[in-house]
Design a binder for this molecule. Structure first.
Ligand code: DLL
Length: 436
């Protein structure tokens, strides 16, 4: 793999500013953001008033802990536009999350917000090793989802040659990689695996492709998966994180030269980690739930938003801005199986370490009697894995899960193609337990 480290003089100065400089900027911006939310969004006025706090109470960054949290249902309750802090005419773009539970979450951006979003995504793409003039295959979905258009904004800002292929039509994805010869690909890690399979179907070796870096996010993925993808494509694989409520992709980004967690673009997004049960800030470096406060957003300021993503904060390395550890799961995706907490990424790790199996999987939960059961559905690596070999692989995976996670699961290994594929975010859990 080529060294893609961006030259220092191409970084935004704030990326490598001193901590004092970053903190001073954050404080100034946080004061503005709290005031802006309080003055223009009735929801924030009511919630601050109810908690007995006022924007003037923020004298120091740590004072933020006095302010109330915002949660997903607050956004749903204010559907569609009541969280906007500017007149609707000034909202230049609206995105929405699909919302598995019905009501979508709607977010908005002014022109200035879009410019800032472009800045942080451009920064992220540069941190991945892309430079002006490079070509990008953007396979995140275009539409209400922030992935496609968000990446596109930053790619334009950085000066890339971007083609908006979006997700789907997998044979065409491979065809254009072969014909256009992009340097970078932006895509969910699960869909990258489908593209990888398609290379094999077309009799092509992905290691011979032009790709030098893949920028993967929108869903959890493990370091084991990173190794698999890097090896299969002979390219770097880096992690990009974000969520619509805070902006979209580009809230934080892993640098290609360090690959040691994701630098949070702290001049726009202020992170905290709290204990998900008590809501109290945790000690520095401890794991917990990630909470974000926007520092510059005009249309949709967000104060102390509980992301439900679990991670911890670490000091900066390749940049001065703090890092967050790779998100291994959301509290929503945590399965409690007979008293043991399990995340799909733990299953992914065990799967990747088992010979003879492909990296596609789905978890099925059921309750045949009073006890919950988990079945892991996965695929054999190729058609030669049959009979005893296949049975052996299933047993090996089940044993590894028992050993590393501490639960007994049934493993079913299907033929190649037996696990449902996604063209965007993978559906990892199918819950067939009766609703109580
Ligand atoms: O997924 C934004 C995005 C698009 C990020 C493309 C990266 C690339 P939402 O649809 O609002 O936004 O979903 C946000 O997805 O709270 C996490 O649970 C999860 N997520 C996003 N990035 C990562 C990542 C986009 N790198 C939710 N690792 C977040 C793990 C991620 N989980």
């Amino acid at each position: 793999m080529k060294d893609l480290t961006p030259p220092k003089n191409t970084l935004d100065p704030i990326e490598i500013a001193s901590r004092d400089e970053i903190a001073a900027l954050q404080l100034e911006r946080m004061k503005w953001s709290l005031r802006h939310a309080y003055d223009n969004v009735p929801f924030y006025k009511n919630s601050f008033d109810a908690a007995g706090v006022h924007p003037d109470d923020l004298q120091d960054l740590s004072d933020l802990a006095k302010f109330p949290f915002t949660v997903k249902t607050d956004l749903r309750d204010n559907y569609p536009f009541k969280m906007f802090a500017v007149p609707r005419e000034q909202v230049a773009r609206i995105h929405a999350s699909s919302g598995t539970t019905g009501q979508p979450t709607v977010v908005g951006y002014t022109k200035a917000d879009l410019a800032n979003w472009g800045t942080v995504v451009a920064r992220s793409l540069r941190a991945a090793g892309l430079q002006p003039g490079d070509m990008l295959h953007n396979a995140y979905g275009y539409g209400l989802f922030t992935g496609g258009l968000g990446i596109h904004l930053g790619a334009d800002e950085l000066g890339l040659s971007t083609y908006p292929i979006s997700g789907g039509m997998t044979p065409r994805q491979v065809r254009l990689i072969e014909d256009f010869k992009p340097k970078g690909i932006t895509v969910t890690p699960s869909y990258a695996l489908s593209i990888l399979d398609e290379f094999a179907v077309q009799g092509l070796d992905p290691r011979d492709s032009s790709l030098e870096v893949g920028i993967f996010g929108a869903e959890p993925w493990t370091n084991a998966m990173r190794r698999e993808i890097e090896q299969a494509f002979d390219m770097h694989a880096v992690d990009i994180y974000g969520l619509s409520e805070v902006m979209g992709p580009g809230v934080s980004m892993e640098c290609v030269e360090s690959k040691d967690g994701l630098h949070i673009w702290e001049d726009h997004f202020y992170p905290e980690i709290i204990n998900p049960e008590t809501g109290e800030p945790v000690a520095e470096g401890e794991r917990g739930e990630l909470v974000f406060t926007s520092l510059t957003k005009e249309a949709f300021p967000i104060i102390r938003y509980r992301t439900r993503d679990l991670t911890r904060l670490l000091p900066g390395t390749a940049r001065t801005m703090r890092r967050m550890e790779k998100v291994t799961g959301r509290s929503d995706d945590m399965i409690i199986l007979r008293g043991v907490n399990v995340f799909p990424t733990q299953i992914e790790e065990a799967l990747m370490a088992t010979e003879g199996l492909a990296p596609h999987f789905q978890i099925e939960l059921s309750r045949p009697d009073r006890m919950d059961q988990m079945r892991v559905l996965c695929e054999c690596a190729d058609a030669s894995v049959i009979g005893d070999v296949r049975e052996g692989a299933a047993k090996a995976l089940s044993a590894r899960i028992k050993q590393t996670v501490g639960i007994s699961v049934k493993v079913e290994v299907t033929d190649v193609g037996g696990v449902a594929r996604s063209e965007g975010k993978a559906v990892r859990i199918v819950d067939n337990r009766p609703k109580s």
